[in-house]
Design a protein around this ligand. Structure first.
Ligand code: GDD
Ligand code: MN
Length: 384
C-alpha cells in the first residue's frame, strides 16, 4: 500500500502501479442496495486504479434498488463495469457469492459500495496474496488501521462483541470486515458454503479453511451517502450464522455441550417434580411410582430439548422411533438413578427431593458420555 513517511495510508487517489510481470487482473465485486449516490465517487476512485495500470473488472450486484443505478451504469457505457440486477434473491452474502461466481479473473476482491473501504488498498491485497496469504481482509484493528471518528459507542461495542464471538473460528483481528480478497482457487476449495447473513468474509475464512490470513490496515470511513443496512435482524442472523459455523467446525463439541447443559437442567426439573409430586401422589400410589412418573416426565423434557439443541440434524419425521430409542438408552442410567433415589428415600432416611439430587447426579454422570455417544450414533443417526 502507498503510505506516507509516518506510515499512514496515502491520501485518496494515490495508487501503487502493479509490479511488472505479476498478475494485473482483478475482479472486484461490490454488492449494492440503494447505493446510487455512492457509485459515482466509487467509480471515480476505481478509475484511478485503472490509470495506474491495474486491469480491473467491476461487478456490481444490485438487489433491484430502482434508484437510478441501472440508468447511471448504462450511461457510463464502460466495458469494464458489469451490473447484475437480482430480482428474486435478496441479501448481502448471496449477492457477494453471485458476483464471485460471475467474476472472470483469478484475483477476487469484495468491498462495500459506500466508500467505507478505500479502493487504494487493493494493490496491497494483491501483494499479500502473491506473498503467500490465502485470504486478505482490510482491517481496522491492526497497526495503521483506524475507524473514522463519530462511530457511536453502541456501534463500537457491537463490533467488538461480534469480533469476540468469532474468536473460536479465526484469530483475525477484524473478521467482521467486508473488504476481502482471495484467489479463485481458494474459493473453489470451499466446503458447504452457506451464505447467510452479513459476514461472508468469516464464512469464507472458515469454509475455505484459510489459515494464512493477511490483514491490510485500512482507514474505515463513515459513509457519506445513503444509510447502513445493519439492523437488529442482521445481528440476530449473525448469531445464527455463528451457531451454524460452530456446528460445522466443531460438530462434536457443539453437540456434547448442549447435551450436558440440558442434562443439568433435567436434574433441576426432576428435583422440582419430586418436590411437587411426592406430597400430591405418594399417599395414593406410593413413593416408587411417584419417582417413576417424575423420571418419565424428566425424560420427555430432556428428549424435546436434546433433539432440538444437541441432535439438531435429526430427521423431523421419525419422532416416535427416536423417543422410544431415547427411552431405551436412558433406561440404563435412569434405572441407576431410580435405584439410588429409592435407596435413600424409601424408608424416609432423607427427604425425597434430596435423595433425587443424589440419584440424578449419579445417573447423570454415568449417563452423560454413555447416552450422548449412543444417542448420537444410533438414535439420531449422526451425519458425516
Ligand atoms: N446486493 C445487496 N443486497 N447488497 C447489500 C445488501 C443486500 O441485501 N445489504 C447490504 N448491501 C450492500 C450495501 O449496499 C453496501 O455496499 C454493503 O453491502 C455493506 O452494507 P452497509 O449497510 O454499508 O454495511 P455496514 O457499513 O453497516 O456494515 C459493514 O460492517 C463492516 C464493518 O463494521 C459490513 O458490511 C462490512 O463490509 C464492514 O466492513
Ligand atoms: Mn457501510
Amino acid at each position: 500500500m502507498v503510505t506516507d513517511e509516518t506510515g499512514r495510508q496515502a491520501p485518496e487517489g494515490a495508487v501503487e502501479p502493479p509490479i511488472s510481470g505479476g498478475p494485473r487482473s482483478i475482479s472486484l465485486v461490490v454488492p449494492t442496495y440503494q447505493e446510487g449516490d455512492s457509485l459515482p465517487p466509487l467509480i471515480k476512485r476505481l478509475e484511478g486504479l485503472r490509470s495506474a495500470g491495474w486491469d480491473l473488472e467491476l461487478l456490481i450486484v444490485d438487489d433491484d434498488s430502482r434508484d437510478g443505478t441501472e440508468k447511471y451504469i448504462q450511461s457510463l457505457n464502460a466495458p469494464w463495469i458489469r451490473l447484475i440486477i437480482r430480482q428474486e434473491e435478496r441479501g448481502l452474502s448471496t449477492a457477494v457469492m453471485r458476483g464471485l461466481d460471475e467474476a472472470s479473473h483469478d484475483i477476487l476482491v469484495v468491498m462495500d459500495a459506500d466508500l467505507s473501504h478505500p479502493p487504494e488498498a487493493i494493490p496491497a491485497f494483491v501483494q499479500a496474496l502473491e506473498g503467500g496469504a490465502d485470504f486478505v481482509v482490510g482491517s481496522r484493528y491492526v497497526p495503521g488501521g483506524s475507524t473514522e471518528d463519530g462511530w457511536g459507542y453502541l456501534r463500537w461495542v457491537n463490533s467488538k462483541v461480534a469480533t469476540v464471538i468469532a474468536r473460536p473460528f479465526t484469530r483475525v483481528k477484524d473478521p467482521m470486515s467486508g473488504f476481502l480478497g482471495l484467489r479463485r482457487q481458494t474459493l473453489q476449495q470451499a466446503e458447504d458454503l452457506d451464505p447467510v447473513g452479513y459476514k461472508i468474509g468469516l464464512e469464507l475464512i472458515v469454509k475455505c479453511r484459510c489459515d494464512n490470513v493477511a490483514e491490510v490496515p485500512i482507514h474505515f470511513s463513515t459513509r457519506r451517502h445513503g444509510e447502513s443496512k445493519l439492523t437488529l435482524k442482521v445481528q440476530q442472523d449473525y448469531l445464527r450464522h455463528i451457531l451454524r459455523l460452530a456446528r460445522w467446525k466443531y460438530p462434536e463439541r457443539s453437540s456434547f455441550i448442549p447435551f450436558a447443559i440440558v442434562g443439568a437442567m433435567g436434574v433441576g426439573v426432576y428435583v422440582a417434580l419430586l418436590a411437587i409430586l411426592v406430597p400430591l401422589l405418594s399417599d395414593s400410589i406410593g413413593k416408587s411410582w411417584t419417582i417413576a412418573i417424575a423420571i418419565l416426565l424428566t425424560m420427555c423434557f430432556n428428549f424435546i430439548l436434546d433433539r432440538k439443541l444437541a441432535f439438531w440434524w435429526s430427521p423431523r419425521d421419525q419422532v416416535a422411533g427416536q423417543f422410544l430409542g431415547f427411552l431405551a438408552i436412558c433406561s440404563v442410567p435412569v434405572l441407576i438413578n431410580f435405584w439410588v433415589t429409592s435407596y435413600f428415600a424409601v424408608d424416609d432416611q432423607m427427604a425425597t427431593p434430596l435423595a433425587g439430587v443424589i440419584g440424578a447426579a449419579v445417573g447423570s454422570v454415568l449417563g452423560l458420555v454413555f447416552n450422548w455417544t449412543i444417542s448420537r450414533l444410533l438414535i439420531f443417526s449422526r451425519p458425516r
